[in-house]
Design a protein around this ligand. Structure first.
Ligand code: GFB
Length: 305
């Protein structure tokens, strides 16, 4: 039984590499450009996987989404259409794919649950990505309905961890703040944080997502997407405190209100997850940040930035 992991050199893929090594093929864009159907199908014909963990996506933080909404819509739509179709045509029995809680309607209702996924506009800061990813849920559900395929969807909150994209402009908030704090410390400058610091986010450590993903691959067959969250909200201001503490930064911190806050909050329900995994213990934010900072300091400057 072979498992194919697409997008395996990213955040969750690198966490998965620490959990599984037998009968698994970790594919990256060097193996196939998944926006091209022929290349996608030939990858599937070559590997002949029985199961797929589909992580490949064009992702970014609020900066990346504001700058690339067209590419994020186009490429993610193509990647998902091609991957699920190639999986179907090569008889993949099980496939787990991923959305994110930023694809939900911008104004709730809260807590976010899968039933509300399509009941309103996503936040304008990432509408291209959000609509492309919502179509992944539609495609997965439609393939299940027509062909009886056991294809399921995970919806993590804001994932962070080692081997993230630490790009200062396009990266997500945790890696961007770690990189910014590193530079502020080195250059003895102030740390500039985007926005007011008031927005709230739910953060989930990449290793926790990898563990739950493997559990879903072998145990989850519902058509309803499964939200992966601890249910704990953290303000950006409190996140900054956590990052500067773990990085031992004592310089000045400025909040640049000319930069966007994005969605104010996106609290999601962990009810379905707790029903299935009542004893799962999520990594504490400070412990995850500490491990990510240690990896960052140990691997700079060869990190993705
Ligand atoms: O992770 P992030 O960029 O994306 O977080 P979202 C943005 C929040 O962090 C905003 C604040 O409130 C920003 O004002 N922030 C503060 C910063 N400083 C920084 C900084 O230096 N860099 C960044 N990036 N933010 C994403 C979606 O939304 O959620 C993605 O855009 C993805 O598509 C992800 O789905 C899970 O949480 O706003």
């Amino acid at each position: 039984m072979t498992i194919l992991v697409t997008g395996s050199d990213g955040l969750v893929g690198s966490a998965l590499r620490e959990l599984i090594s037998e009968n698994v093929y970790f594919a990256t864009r060097k193996d196939a450009d998944l926006t091209n159907y022929q290349e996608t199908e030939s990858l599937f014909n070559r590997i002949k996987p029985e199961k797929v963990i589909h992580l490949a996506a064009l992702v970014g933080g609020i900066g990346g989404n504001l700058m690339h909404s067209g590419e994020y819509f186009r490429d993610n739509l193509q990647i998902n259409i091609n991957t699920l179709e190639a999986a179907r045509k090569t008889n993949v029995s099980k496939l787990v794919s991923f959305m994110s809680t930023c694809v939900f309607p911008n104004e709730g209702p809260y807590p976010l649950t899968p039933e509300t996924l399509h009941l309103g506009q996503p936040h304008p800061s990432n509408f291209g990505y959000a609509y492309a990813k919502r179509m992944l849920e539609v495609q997965s559900r439609a393939y299940r309905a027509q062909w009886g395929l056991d294809y399921v969807v995970a919806i993590p909150t804001n994932i962070f961890g080692p081997r993230d994209n630490f790009n200062l402009i396009e990266g997500h908030v945790v890696p961007a703040l770690i990189h910014k704090t590193y530079l502020a410390k080195k250059e003895k400058t102030n740390l500039t944080v985007w926005g007011s610091g008031k927005p709230l986010r739910e953060f989930v450590f990449s290793k926790d997502v990898a563990k739950i993903t493997l559990w879903m691959l072998n145990n989850y067959s519902d058509s309803e997407p499964l939200i992966l969250t601890s249910g704990t909200e953290t303000s950006i201001r409190d996140l900054v405190e956590c990052v500067v503490r773990e990085m031992d930064f004592s310089g000045e911190i400025n909040f640049d209100k000319t930069k966007p806050d994005g969605q104010f909050r996106k609290p999601s329900s962990n009810e379905a997850l707790l029903e299935r995994l009542p004893n799962f213990s999520f990594t504490k934010l400070s412990d995850g940040v500490k491990e990510t900072v240690e990896w960052f300091n140990g691997n700079y400057p060869s990190i993705r930035k």
